[in-house]
Design a protein around this ligand. Structure first.
Ligand code: 5RP
Length: 221
């Protein structure tokens, strides 16, 4: 049973004709976008998508989903994956380094649905290091500040390119291990107040709707 596919396909049921849909990034959202493409082809669903990364842009194009932008439309609904979800539905995102645009799109939607498999549900956020997108020139100063805050920062390295990951916005990502997060909403704000930080992967108070694929079927929290 593919739990990510279950969650992605379930979320697609929430999308209505005429809606502007935020298209998240990652392997779970892949199935959501795929299913929207099937609904457009087989059921005549009429929507427009706003992608959160080159990955979701190219996938949406392949699935024949018409694309628009935040300049042209407000978002009715956004669907996105997550790396961790806590009981208050706070999230860590950014495993695919797309969290800056994801945050802009997801927070601006009338309805934001998170799709995960059950491995992403945690008691406390923080096993997954917090992704922090930084302007390249600020790497050293931000790294020092993250250490001063008690974090263990590590620049994310690319796998099939020499050197660091470069985000869709042309920046670096510093994955920072803060241990378990006692106060994620405060940390979210503190990180964004460091000069050079563009955005971090903590998403507090962003959603009240999480669809979880589990071996026993879909659960909603
Ligand atoms: C990308 C993200 C993803 O949504 C998150 O990493 C989850 O990915 P996946 O569905 O592949 O586990 O935040 O920046």
């Amino acid at each position: 049973m593919n739990l990510k596919k279950m969650a992605g396909y379930e979320a697609a049921k929430e999308v209505k004709d005429g809606q502007i849909v935020g298209l998240g990034t990652g392997s779970t959202t892949h199935y959501f976008i795929e299913k929207l493409g099937i609904m457009i082809k087989e059921e005549g669903l009429e929507i427009m998508g706003i992608p959160t990364s080159y990955q979701s842009f190219f996938l949406a194009k392949n699935c024949n989903i018409p694309i628009t932008t935040l300049e042209e439309h407000d978002l009715d609904i956004a669907v996105d994956g997550a790396d961790e979800v806590d009981p208050a539905l706070n999230l860590i995102k950014g495993g695919g380094a797309a969290h800056t645009l994801e945050k802009i799109v997801d927070y601006s939607a009338n309805q934001f649905i998170v799709i995960v498999d059950d491995s992403k549900i945690v008691e406390t956020l923080g096993k997954f290091p917090v992704p922090v997108e930084v302007v390249p020139q600020s790497l050293r100063t931000v790294t020092k500040k993250l250490e001063d805050m008690g974090g263990i920062p590590k620049i994310r390295m690319a796998e099939r390119k020499d050197g660091p990951v470069i985000t869709d916005n042309g920046n670096f990502v510093i994955d920072t291990d803060f241990g378990l997060l006692k106060n994620p909403s405060q940390l979210e704000i503190e990180l964004n107040s460091i000069p050079g930080v563009l955005e971090n992967g903590i998403f507090c108070n962003a959603t009240n709707n999480v669809i979880v694929g589990t071996p026993d079927g879909i659960k909603r929290i």
